[in-house]
Design a protein around this ligand. Structure first.
Ligand code: SF4
Ligand code: MG
Length: 323
């Protein structure tokens, strides 16, 4: 399959604290040297604990946030070189669905206004055409057309998330970042919204970049997984392979916390990480996981492990796990 989005050595570093003019300010390396290809029509899940830089990476890839350095190509087009108007025309193709639809839907706007806003911005057509498109968008996400007259507070959480999805679909996107898009929903509603996302993917040929901390959702829903730890991608591979045999010690800890579907394995112990997550402002030397890693050796404290290819996967560890 074609590559839709391609990141090379992406960095997003923020100064925090300190005084004026950066004196004494420290840098947070929210995204630190990330390289990644996302393929057409796949669901790529980005996982990791909160604060590891997942949302920042998602926003930098869409250029909703500017990268400090590195490149992002969308179907071969270098995004970081586009000016505002070039970016505006690509915006139709690059969309995001947020976690909390209530916070992202203006409570004073009717659903019709919420959905027509992106259509007007991109010169969709006449008022008639826009009204018809809004109704069609509600159909697509399984809501009744009559709801166009309603306000966000009149809907349930699941319905609001459907509206958030409809808004992202307005201009026919290609690549959609879903940032914890089902995390706030009850499990049964979550399943319905995930089914909707799969159906839409099939119908519209969408590519998803699915950010979540919930690995049981990832397991059902994602084709590939990227594991992030303190701004770094530490492992990338196919979902079944990652769950069957994690190569990075951190991945092993993350998936040990996921309830197992297979009852024969239910006795497996949940692994607990020792220590606190290090501060992103004060990263450990060498491998940034070494303060918590039970397999750390001397080299881990001094040398940052470079990403390597192994069994068709990427892993950044001096001592990847064996089966
Ligand atoms: Fe653990 Fe060393 Fe691998 Fe880091 S490089 S994850 S400390 S074994
Ligand atoms: Mg987040």
């Amino acid at each position: 399959n074609d590559i839709v989005l391609s990141a090379r050595d992406l960095n997003k570093h923020y100064p925090v604290g300190g005084g004026f003019f950066g004196s004494g300010a420290r840098m947070v390396r929210a995204v630190d040297g990330v390289s990644l290809d996302i393929y057409e029509r796949e669901t790529f899940a980005l996982v990791g604990e909160s604060g590891c830089g997942k949302s920042t990476l998602g926003r930098v890839m869409l250029r909703l946030l500017e990268a400090t350095s590195g490149t992002i190509r969308y179907r071969g087009q270098e995004l970081t070189e586009l000016n505002e108007s070039g970016m505006r025309s690509l915006r139709k193709k690059l969309q995001i669905v947020f976690q909390d639809p209530y916070a992202s839907l203006n409570p004073r706007m009717r659903i019709e206004e919420i959905l027509s806003e992106p259509l007007r911005t991109h010169g969709y057509g006449s008022s008639e055409a826009i009204r018809e498109r809004c109704a069609e968008l509600l159909d697509m996400v399984g809501l009744r057309r009559q709801y166009l007259r309603n306000y966000p507070h009149q809907f349930s959480g699941g319905q609001r998330q459907r509206i958030g999805i409809a808004r992202a679909l307005a201009n026919g996107p290609d690549f959609v970042v879903c940032d914890e898009s089902v995390s706030a929903l009850d499990v049964s509603i979550q399943a319905q919204v995930l089914n909707l996302l799969s159906d839409l993917q099939e119908e519209l040929g969408l590519t998803y970049f699915f950010i979540t901390h919930d690995l049981s959702v990832v397991r059902q829903f994602a084709d590939r997984v990227g594991v992030m730890f303190l701004g770094r991608l530490v492992e990338v591979g196919r979902t079944e392979e990652i769950f069957a045999k994690p190569l990075h010690p951190y991945t092993m800890f993350l998936i040990s916390a996921v309830p197992l579907a297979d009852p024969r394995q239910r006795g497996r112990e949940k692994l607990v990480l020792k220590g606190e997550i290090p501060s992103p402002m004060n990263l450990p030397s060498g491998c940034r996981f070494h303060t918590r890693c039970p397999f750390a050796k001397d080299i881990c404290r001094v040398e940052d492990p470079a990403p390597q290819q192994r069994d068709g996967r990427m892993v950044a560890c001096h001592f990847p796990l064996e089966g």
